[in-house]
Design a protein. Structure first.
Length: 171
């Protein structure tokens, strides 16, 4: 949970506020496309990015770079939270990404990753071994208002984690 755990605010709302703050400070593009948390459990993360003037392409569907950013969020937020909970300094990057764009995303897009437990296990492995560890993380993009659970895109991002040396620990 975030540092605001004791507040009586729904977890999805806290996640959205944290994400927007993080976007504003570290990755302004994320703040610009206005993502919000739909569902957040230890197993699953679902974000929504609205189809708006900010996220549309010239055909009126969601721009592929925004779709990629949503996939990055769905997989990355699970890892960021597991790292935060561990209290250990761990570097997180995505080594590779593949995407299959199946249909035009002509509405608000939900990005779902169901690998929360495996991502948490990967964080623990990075802590225990000190080695770089990697794992493919699938993310599915849907437009529930128009297509229900039918995917508009599927992504696989290779999550790469490595425990950082704590500053001051070198001799």
């Amino acid at each position: 949970m975030l540092p605001f755990d004791r507040l009586k605010i729904p977890k999805a709302t806290l996640g959205t506020l944290y994400l927007r703050y993080f976007g504003l400070r570290k990755i302004p593009l994320l703040f610009f496309v206005r993502p919000s948390v739909v569902e957040w459990t230890p197993e699953r993360m679902t974000f929504k990015i609205p189809l708006s003037r900010r996220s549309k392409n010239h055909l009126g569907s969601m721009y592929f770079a925004v779709l990629a950013a949503g996939a990055d969020l769905a997989a990355g937020f699970l890892a960021m939270e597991a790292i935060r909970q561990s209290g250990e300094p761990i570097a997180l990057i995505f080594k590779s990404v593949t995407a299959d764009f199946l249909k035009r995303a002509e509405g608000d897009v939900h990005f779902t990753c169901d690998e929360g437990i495996l991502v948490t296990d990967l964080v623990q492995k990075a802590i225990e071994t000190g080695d770089r560890v990697e794992m493919p993380v699938p993310v599915t993009a849907t437009v529930p208002d128009k297509l229900g659970d039918e995917p508009v895109a599927r992504f696989t991002l290779t999550l790469s984690l490595k425990r950082k040396e704590r500053s001051g620990s070198r001799t």
